[in-house]
Design a binder for this molecule. Structure first.
Ligand code: GAL
Length: 459
């Protein structure tokens, strides 16, 4: 039996656009994902989040399911355009009411809310008005929105995540253009990333100055990173793996823990990487009470020998050329339905890399999970491969803890099958199966397994 430390947090996670639906209900404004997914060719089967899991109307039923499964911590996100339909200006009272009711319902059921402020659904108005994350105007718009959330929900919400996966927002949204708002550029991603960091820093400063003492909550950012394993023992490949991690996770974590971008990024990017003023550095450094990590997979890294075709395939948003890294996977590694390799030891190595680089911060894995082609048969989903995935990753988490990593919690992505961005409804990450025609939820065997893990604090 693998036991976790006392008080270890066991949670599940979702995000607003992926589950809520009700895209234009009760005064909600459009987001860049409403717009992007409605554009031909952007998502599989032209799927959109218009209805999704209809969680907006079914949140009580969903919370009852969580309660029945023994889930005590739930991470969800607030849709900015539901609160502020045009991003700034007038508040939509129905939006405030919805999240207030959701939070109350969770608390009534002894479930602790962890709230993400930004999980990619930017108000479309801000994208149209000034280019979204490409304009410094976004920093104050975000701070204003964050303040509203702290003010209305901070009496009951004690765990805040400012931004989910800045790397994805910047790289896939403004670099490769495969996610909303679909912009393609080799430079803009660094500008978007810069503004994401500054927006985070302003929101945190504001929380700390105006709310934290009274509300007694914690605030941080969740960044995503895969592990990069050197392809060979050659020093050049070890250096390439390290460069790749710095261009991925340290891009966002170094400013937060050290006050500036990694040296290698400054060196390789020159003027393409924006600079922080000393004042901004002061606000950034120490701006997270915990290290939120979303982790899904591992790849080999080796020093690149030029712009090969593979680099495009394993594309890092045009930034592989900047890193001079070539990525690959081992054909023997098992893959999920996303094609992502299942490599639990990569998770352990990444946790220890974070421990060493950032002086052993408290870490929460705010997302880890997998998609498989689940089938509902006789009212059951026997997702043995998902259970094996979790057991593998959690065993390695436990080993990382034994080796000194300060890992304090783990959130399964996701509570239920949902709208998987550009993949639409074709990928199932949930521990609850959702029939998107009837909206019927069915616990998969992994949900039953997770109930046991939570009650035993291990497996
Ligand atoms: C993360 C993202 C989630 C979810 C997951 C699986 O990057 O935060 O919203 O979609 O990936 O792809």
């Amino acid at each position: 039996m693998i036991h976790f430390p006392k008080d270890f947090i066991w949670g599940t996670a979702t995000s607003a656009y992926q589950i809520e639906g009700a895209a234009q209900t009760d005064g909600k404004g459009l987001s860049i994902w409403d717009d992007f997914s409605a554009t031909a060719g952007k998502t599989k089967n032209g799927d959109t989040g218009k209805i999704a899991c209809d969680h907006y109307h079914r949140f009580k039923e969903d919370i009852a399911l969580m309660k029945a499964a023994g889930i005590k911590v739930y991470r969800f996100s607030i849709s900015w355009p539901r609160i502020l339909p045009t991003g700034i200006g007038a508040i939509n009272p129905a939006g405030l009411q919805f999240y207030s009711d959701l939070i109350d319902e969770l608390l009534r059921n002894d479930i602790t809310p962890w709230v993400t402020l930004y999980h990619w659904d930017l108000p479309l108005a801000l994208e149209e008005e000034f280019g979204g994350w490409l304009s410094p105007k976004i920093i104050y718009a975000f701070k204003n929105y964050a303040n509203i959330c702290f003010e209305y929900f901070g009496d009951r919400v004690k765990h805040w995540i400012t931004i989910n996966e800045a790397w994805v927002v910047a790289t896939l949204g403004y670099g490769q253009g495969v996610f909303a708002p679909g912009k393609v550029s080799n430079d803009s991603l660094y500008l978007a990333g810069h503004h994401l960091l500054l927006a985070h820093a302003e929101a945190v400063e504001s929380y700390r100055n105006k709310f934290q003492v009274k509300q007694q909550g914690k605030i941080g950012m969740s960044n995503n990173c895969d592990w990069r394993e050197p392809k060979t023992d050659a020093q050049a490949d070890k250096d390439a793996a390290q460069r790749s991690l710095e261009f991925f996770l340290a891009w966002f974590a170094d400013p937060i823990y050290k006050g500036d971008y990694p040296e290698i990024m400054k060196q390789n990017l020159g003027d393409r990487l924006p600079k922080f003023t000393p004042e901004q550095q002061g606000k950034l450094k120490g701006s997270s009470d915990f290290f939120g990590l979303n982790h899904y997979t591992t790849m080999f890294a080796e020093a690149s020998k030029g712009n090969s075709k593979e680099q495009e395939v394993y594309g890092n948003g045009g930034i592989l050329e900047d890193q001079q890294v070539h990525l690959s996977v081992d054909n023997n590694w098992e893959k999920t339905a996303m094609g992502w390799a299942i490599v639990p030891w990569g998770c352990e190595k990444l946790l220890l890399w974070i421990k060493d680089r950032y002086d052993n911060p408290p870490i929460f894995i705010t997302e880890n999970g997998c998609a498989f082609d689940d089938v509902l048969q006789d009212g059951q989903v026997a997702d043995t491969n998902r259970i094996a995935f979790f057991e593998g990753y959690l065993s390695c988490c436990k080993q990382a803890i034994a080796a000194g990593a300060n890992l304090q919690g783990y959130f399964i992505w996701s509570f239920m099958d949902n709208f998987e961005w550009a993949e639409g409804y074709t990928k199932r990450f949930g521990i609850y199966h959702v029939d998107f025609e009837t909206q019927k939820r069915t616990p998969k065997n992994s949900a039953k397994w997770y109930s046991m893990v939570i009650s035993n604090n291990g497996f």
